[in-house]
Design a protein around this ligand. Structure first.
Ligand code: G3H
Ligand code: 13P
Ligand code: ZN
Length: 326
């Protein structure tokens, strides 16, 4: 077994102070998922340039893909680059959608500063038991924990079905009290992936359930709330993908103005993965179509990384409001 590493050895921070500042100043911390070097470079360079705090997010699948040991050194490398550039932006390394105590523990042992335990598929009581167990272990190591209540709609769900999964505001206080979580992911109409809403011709995206968010805020004053499934599925990139041989007809996301409004409230962390995937896919497809002789990864991953960095800066500046904070 590899040696245990505490997140402070890597130069990381947990999310506590980040959220406190974001809450007080009315913005949200961006949580960007990454799986490889180019994505990590784009996130880091974009956040340095826009002077934004950042949560680097790794799913269970990403951890398997990239290798847990390599991930630790990638995070360390990212921190080193930030230092060399003279930037002081804080960085957390976070497990996204942890599904077991063992996975959370293992991430904490390899240097993660924050973990999510997603017990939302379990019953309310089972979710409490699992989440509490993770919190007790994590807090011994000063690692912060995100829990989840309510289920984000699957892409195949009908609208009527989606409604039954929204977070119940009457449950949040008991959940937070009994588990001791540091932040809470809630379901107010967002969902994962590139097909967030099934729209009939002429229909527009339904607004997020700000009424539920308001009720949650009343029950948990000053408590950091998290939004998953918050990609906007930028049509500019969907069009490039479709133009160059892809097929993402009907892909649609959460409008940016809705997210900006959420970021001004108790929402302190906004998760974005799909938007980054779309940018990378669009630019690689375009590169291949425009130059069929291109077989140098630097000449298609490089341009993809450049556009991804621009997307990160755009998100931080105009959607999350996290730019120019450090
Ligand atoms: O919410 C899930 C994230 O987008 C991560 O996705 O499990 O395919 O890495 P993944
Ligand atoms: P998107 O699929 O909307 O990017 O959501 C990502 C997410 O919630 C990661 O946990
Ligand atoms: Zn998620």
């Amino acid at each position: 077994m590899s040696k245990t590493t505490h997140f402070t050895e890597l130069g990381l921070v947990n999310t506590r102070e980040m959220f406190k500042k974001a809450f007080a100043d009315g913005y949200a911390i961006p949580a960007y998922n990454f799986n490889n070097m180019e994505q990590l470079q784009a996130i880091i360079m974009g956040c340095i340039e826009s002077r934004s705090p950042v949560i680097l997010q790794v799913s269970k699948g990403a951890r398997q893909y990239a290798n847990q040991t390599l991930l630790k050194y990638m995070a360390m490398g990212a921190l080193e680059i930030i230092k060399e550039s003279g930037s002081s932006i804080p960085v957390a390394l976070h497990l996204d959608h942890g599904d077991s105590f063992e996975l959370c523990k293992s991430c904490i042992e390899t240097g993660f500063s924050s973990v999510m335990i997603d017990g939302s598929a379990w019953s309310f009581d089972e979710n409490i038991v699992l989440t509490k167990k993770v919190v007790e272990y994590a807090h011994q190591h000063n690692v912060t924990v995100e829990g989840e209540l309510g289920v984000l709609a699957g892409i195949e769900d009908e609208v009527s079905h989606e409604k039954s999964h929204y977070t119940k505001p009457e449950e949040v206080e008991e959940f937070v009290d009994k588990t001791g979580v540091d932040s809470l992911a809630i379901s107010i109409g967002t969902s994962h992936g590139a097909y967030k809403f099934k729209l009939k011709p002429g229909e527009s995206v339904p607004p997020l359930r700000f009424d539920i968010l308001k009720e949650v805020e009343k029950k948990l004053p000053g408590f950091p709330i998290v939004l998953h499934g918050a990609s906007s599925v930028l049509q500019e990139y969907v069009q490039i993908i479709n133009q160059y041989g892809g097929n993402l007809e009907g892909a649609v996301g959460v409008p940016e103005d809705q997210l900006r409004r959420a970021a001004k409230s108790a929402v302190c962390k906004i998760n974005i993965d799909s938007d980054g995937r779309l940018v990378v896919t669009a630019i690689i497809r375009k590169c291949f179509a425009e130059d069929p002789k291109n077989f140098d990864p630097r000449k298609y991953l490089g341009p993809a990384r450049e556009d991804l960095k621009k997307l990160i800066i755009h998100k931080n500046r105009t959607v999350l409001g996290s730019a120019d904070r450090y």
